[in-house]
Design a protein around this ligand. Sequence first.
Ligand code: ARG
Ligand code: ZN
Ligand code: CA
Length: 258
Amino acid sequence: TQTVVTIPVVVHVLYKNAAQNISDAQIASQIAVLNADFRKLNSDYSSVVPDAFKPFAADMELVFCMATKKSDGSSTTGIERKSVATSFSFPNNYYQSSGLVAWDPTKYLNIWVGDMPNPYLGWAYLPDAAGYAFDGLAIGYNYFGTTGAAQYPYNGGRTATHEIGHYFGLLHPWGEDGSACGTADNDDGCADTPAISDAHYGGNVFPDNAYTCVPSANGAMFMNFMDYVTDTEMALFTNDQKTIKTNTMNGPRASLLN
Ligand code: ARG
Ligand code: ZN
Ligand code: CA
């Protein structure tokens, strides 16, 4: 049976000015956050996750490392950089030749970092995009890692944590945006994340039933990595989310296992 899987990461930095050309240290700080969050080693876990939710928390058993070899076997730092024009559209062109093309997306987790227009922090493709040229994550340079250009309140590296959740098939706890409680689309496939009608954006106090479909003693799991609270307010994945990750790893993303 599958235990801990190591995922090789390539970071493609597309910058319009020096500030956007984020440092190797900023990239390393993001990898460190992932390696805490996906092993349940994050230092804010005990303080941010209420005791009532701790029985549901999972070690996702994923480890991330910068790629050390390219597909042709040559050595690499796993970081590529390119200066792009001010007119360059990060959301549209990042994976095309005007940006930086993906390394084999069946083997590497590709992360593009650049100038993300408001209101986006980042996005990811779900497992049904496995192998496409755009498969992977896109993250704003100021929402990546914990140092350098990273900006409060998104300087905890949790945008990439959240997006990698999507990459492995996790949905928001409210399912599809705008879906009503009780409808099929209002479902993330996880019994251990209470169904809610909408996102939480921060400043919530446990227990919170403002958006729960069925009010309960514990209320919403607003501190789940797949909700929308700020970086210091999110701190767990659950056992059912881990099951989705494992099914994705053994299914559409199985090529990452070799
Ligand atoms: N809104 C984005 C998404 O749905 C990312 C949210 C990340 N949240 C954070 N606290 N960094 O994919
Ligand atoms: Zn999301
Ligand atoms: Ca749920």
